[in-house]
Design a binder for this molecule. Sequence first.
Ligand SMILES: O=C(O)c1ccccc1N[C@@H]1O[C@H](COP(=O)(O)O)[C@@H](O)[C@H]1O
Length: 217
Amino acid sequence: MEVKVCGMREPENVQGLIQEVKPDWMGLIFYEKSPRFVLDSSAEKLKGVPIKKVGVFVNEEIDQILDKVEKFDLKAIQLHGKESPEMVRELSNQTDCELWKVISVKEDVDWGLYKDYVPHINLFLFDTATKAHGGSGQKFDWEILKSYPFEKGYFLSGGLDEESVDEILEFAAQSPHLKGVDLNSKFELSPGLKNIQKLRNFKNHLMNSGANNHKQN
Ligand SMILES: O=C(O)c1ccccc1N[C@@H]1O[C@H](COP(=O)(O)O)[C@@H](O)[C@H]1O
């Protein structure tokens, strides 16, 4: 089970994350309306940090995305808006980054809307649908994922907190395509500043409970 910690931006906080939590991925949010928005002026300090970085974008132009890939040395691109399969295909032809397409969940998912993304992406990421697009701290009903029809792996997101570990493990036991979890606002001291202790507790609990033995796709 992989762990992504999203919404990072303060260099000291990032150092704490790398030394004490060691997640697989660190997310940087490039959506101006987010309280976790990362400025270009942070690129110098964040570019070389030894952790794989995911850039989070909402309905952004391809040129702008590729500019951030270069400036921040991103290894994955998380598309968190209404990006079309055509746009994702075009992007996949212009970058070696992994592509992660978000599916925002309300009450149900029409899986047919997502099949055209499958050939062009590395994974889906499920989050709760809200007007702010992400970072809501709200969970959705994971039961909806029982009908997940694709072979592609996915990440789970949306309001995950320290108390979610047992629920995640129970869910993972019946969900062979669950590849990772994405942690964000429930682990914050303030927007963009994470509580390292809480993140460490979560990761230790998850890993010591055998989640690293979970079958991955
Ligand atoms: O965190 C944000 O501000 C944000 C804004 C716009 C798009 C995505 C954003 N974050 C993503 O939201 C999910 C869930 O976060 P939370 O746990 O509910 O706070 C996560 O994938 C972040 O990458």
